[in-house]
Ligand binder design. Structure first.
Ligand SMILES: Cc1cc2nc3c(=O)[nH]c(=O)nc-3n(C[C@H](O)[C@H](O)[C@H](O)COP(=O)(O)O)c2cc1C
Length: 367
C-alpha cells in the first residue's frame, strides 16, 4: 500500500493532496450496527479545520465530509466506509515561487529526491491537509470505543513555545481556540502568538492525549506492542518530532523505587508507566505526549538551493499555521483512537475467551 494505510483489523487508508480536487479515505473493519452520520464526524473536523481563529492559517476550508459507503439508514453495515472532503480554498499561485525551490525544514527536498516529481502546491501529499481524513476516521473509532467500552479519548495543548499549561480542566479545553486546559495561560498564549505573527516566525508545541477508562489487555507483543503502535501512529503526524508515553524521557533521572507503579487491590499507586506494561494496556489511563516542530513555511528569508543546485533565499508566501501544534490536538486524538480501535478488534479476535481470577485493579480504583 506504499505507506498510505494504518491498522490491521481496523484499517484506515487516505488519499489526496493539499491543492487537489479532494481528500478522502477508506475505513475498513468498522463493526456493523453502530449509528453513524456525517455530523458525528463533523464535530471533530470542525475542531481541526483551518481558518477558525487568528492563531491558525487563514486558509478557509469547510471540511464538509461526505460518507460515500458503508452506512445504510444511518447505521454502519460492516462494509468499508468511504469518506470524501472536497478542497475548496486552494490558492496554488501562492506556491509558484517555491516550484523550483526547497523550503528549509519542509518535505520539498526529500519528496523531490524520492519521487522525481512533486506537487509543490501547498506541499501536495506532504501537507497536513490529509490529516482531516484521519480526524474523520478517528471520530468513527472514538464513537465506537466510547459506546462499546466507555473509553474517552481527549487531548490538549500542554505547551506552546515557552508557555506551559497544566491540565486544570477538560471543560476549558473546548472553550478556547488553543485547546488550552488552563484559563490562566490564555493571555500569555495570545500575547506570544501576536508577537510571533509580527516577527513572521513560527513556534513548536507539546500536545498531550489521554485515553481514560481503558481495559487491561490490549496490545500485541512483541512488535505490535500497544506503545509501539501508538508511537508509529503519532510519528506519522506531520511535524511530530518526538513522543513520550507516561513519564517519557523523565524516566532517565528516576529510580526503580519511584518509577514502578505499585499494585494494591484498590488500584495502582501511581501511573509513571502511562498505562502500558510489556506493550499491553494496564487499565490505567493511557498518557501520550507529542512534540511538534515549528512550521517551516515562514516569511523570514532562509538559505536553500533550487532544483538545479543553485543558492537561493526562500521566503514562503501563502497562508500557514504559525504553530501547527494547535490544530494537531484533534489529529493526535484521532490517531490514538485508530490504534485503540484496531487493538480492541485484535484483542477480541485472539483472546475473547481468556479468563483470570485476578481483578482488574485499575477498574477497581475507578468504580
Ligand atoms: C495541523 C498541521 C498544520 C500544518 N500546517 C503547516 C503549514 O501551514 N505550513 C507548513 O509549512 N507546514 C505545516 N505543517 C507541517 C508540515 O506538514 C510538515 O512539517 C512537513 O510536511 C514536513 O514534514 P515533517 O515536518 O513531518 O518532517 C502542518 C502540520 C500540522 C500537523
Amino acid at each position: 500500500m506504499a505507506g498510505n494505510s494504518i491498522g490491521q483489523l481496523f484499517k484506515v487508508t487516505t488519499f489526496g493532496e493539499s491543492h487537489g480536487v479532494a481528500i478522502g479515505g477508506i475505513v475498513d473493519g468498522c463493526p456493523p450496527g453502530m449509528a453513524l452520520t456525517a455530523e458525528d464526524l463533523q464535530l471533530d473536523l470542525d475542531r481541526r479545520k483551518p481558518g477558525t481563529s487568528r492563531y491558525t492559517t487563514a486558509r478557509r476550508e469547510e471540511d464538509a465530509v461526505k460518507i460515500l459507503s458503508g452506512v445504510f439508514e444511518d447505521t454502519t453495515t460492516g462494509a468499508s466506509i468511504g469518506l470524501l472532503i472536497e478542497n475548496t480554498d486552494q490558492r496554488s499561485q501562492d506556491y509558484s515561487n517555491i516550484k523550483e525551490q526547497f523550503r528549509p525544514g519542509h518535505a520539498d527536498y526529500t519528496y523531490w529526491h524520492k519521487y522525481g516529481i512533486r506537487d509543490y502546491r501547498g506541499g501536495g501529499r506532504s501537507s497536513a491537509r490529509e490529516t482531516a481524513v484521519r480526524v474523520a476516521a478517528g471520530a468513527i473509532a472514538k464513537k465506537y470505543l466510547r459506546e462499546q467500552c466507555g473509553i474517552e479519548i481527549r487531548g490538549y495543548l500542554a505547551q506552546l513555545g515557552p508557555v506551559k499549561a497544566e491540565l486544570v480542566s477538560w471543560h476549558e479545553v473546548q472553550n478556547n481556540a488553543f485547546f488550552c486546559p488552563d484559563p490562566a495561560k490564555l493571555d500569555a498564549l495570545d500575547e506570544y502568538m501576536r508577537q510571533l505573527k509580527k516577527d513572521g516566525d513560527s513556534v513548536g508545541a507539546r500536545v498531550n492525549v489521554v485515553a481514560s477508562n481503558m481495559p487491561v489487555g490490549w496490545g500485541e507483543p512483541v512488535f505490535d506492542r500497544l506503545d509501539a503502535d501508538i508511537a508509529h501512529a503519532m510519528m506519522s503526524i506531520n511535524a511530530v518530532k518526538a513522543i513520550e508515553v507516561g513519564d517519557g524521557f523523565a524516566v532517565v533521572e528516576q529510580r526503580g523505587s519511584t518509577h514502578r507503579d505499585e499494585l494494591t487491590p484498590q488500584g495502582f499507586s501511581a501511573n509513571h508507566a502511562g498505562g502500558v506494561l510489556g506493550g499491553i494496556s494496564s487499565g490505567q489511563d493511557l498518557l501520550v505526549s507529542i512534540a511538534l516542530k515549528p512550521t517551516s513555511s515562514i516569511s523570514i528569508p532562509g538559505k536553500s538551493i533550487n532544483t538545479r543546485g543553485e543558492v537561493v533565499d526562500v521566503v514562503t508566501k501563502g497562508r500557514h499555521d504559525p504553530c501547527v501544534g494547535i490544530r494537531a490536538v484533534p489529529i493526535a486524538e484521532a490517531m490514538l483512537a485508530i490504534v485503540l480501535m484496531d487493538h480492541y478488534l485484535r484483542h477480541r479476535a485472539q483472546n475473547m475467551h481468556v479468563q483470570v481470577s485476578t481483578p482488574d485493579i485499575a477498574r477497581n480504583s475507578r468504580d
